[in-house]
Design a protein around this ligand. Structure first.
Ligand code: AMP
Length: 207
């Protein structure tokens, strides 16, 4: 099954992707995670991407499209994948149509006031990329691999506002682009409440 997850930063795409991946046996391909791995290297590309990510902007389409295209050719993507954070521009969506036949696009919806609250208290494991809320993990230690959690630079208040503007200007037009192909879900409730309608929908799609 080939799935695109669409939604603003902090809407819960990553958490939802992990649940789908666990139950439907397809990998989560997060472009944000791929870029965070790249910036750990010491290369001209790494430095450029680091600067863009820190500002909350988007990495150029050519770089992003090439990265995803290559990643989807790997063995683990043969049975399908969940694209988390790609496409983020209409250009990327058009390119994706050329190299992948997506089965469904899930739009995760959440009011921006809640997004700002959630992103401000989000903590991430720099080792395994697991996501936590500070309220549920006051010790700030990853429950999976025991690593000290961090607050991503781009989850700091000044950058969050810019990321939401970038979403409105560049990514929200994809809602029209996909139109009738969208399955919409609200993530205002708990992660499990968000997942249930998606699970039911995907089970029907798979049948
Ligand atoms: P995320 O973890 O999905 O919020 O992504 C973190 C950052 O990585 C974004 O703010 C962008 O700078 C970059 N990024 C991730 N996905 C894309 C994409 N599809 N196109 C351009 N930049 C991206």
């Amino acid at each position: 099954m080939k799935i695109v997850l669409l939604g603003a930063p902090g809407s819960g795409k990553g958490t939802l992707a992990k649940k789908i991946s666990r139950d439907f046996g397809v990998p989560q391909i997060s472009t944000g995670d791929l870029f965070r791995a790249i910036v750990k290297e010491d290369s001209p590309l790494a430095n450029k991407v680091k600067e863009i990510m820190a500002s909350g902007g988007l990495v150029p389409d050519e770089v992003t499209i090439e990265l995803v295209k290559e990643r989807l050719q790997k063995e683990d993507c043969k049975r399908g994948y969940i694209l988390d954070g790609f496409p983020r521009t209409v250009n990327q969506a058009k390119a994706l149509e050329k190299f992948s036949k997506i089965d469904t696009v899930i739009l995760v919806e959440l009011a921006s006031e809640i997004i700002i609250e959630r992103l401000s208290s989000r903590r991430t494991c720099p080792n395994c990329n697991e996501i936590y809320s500070l309220e549920d993990n006051k010790e700030e230690i990853c429950k999976k691999c025991n690593t000290h959690l961090i607050q991503r630079d781009d989850d700091k208040p000044e950058t969050i506002k810019h990321r939401l503007e970038v979403y409105e200007n560049n990514t929200a037009p994809l809602i029209n682009f996909y139109g009738e192909r969208l399955f919409k879900v609200s993530s205002a409730g708990s992660p499990e409440e968000t997942y249930q309608p998606v699970k039911t929908f995907l089970e029907k799609l798979e049948a």
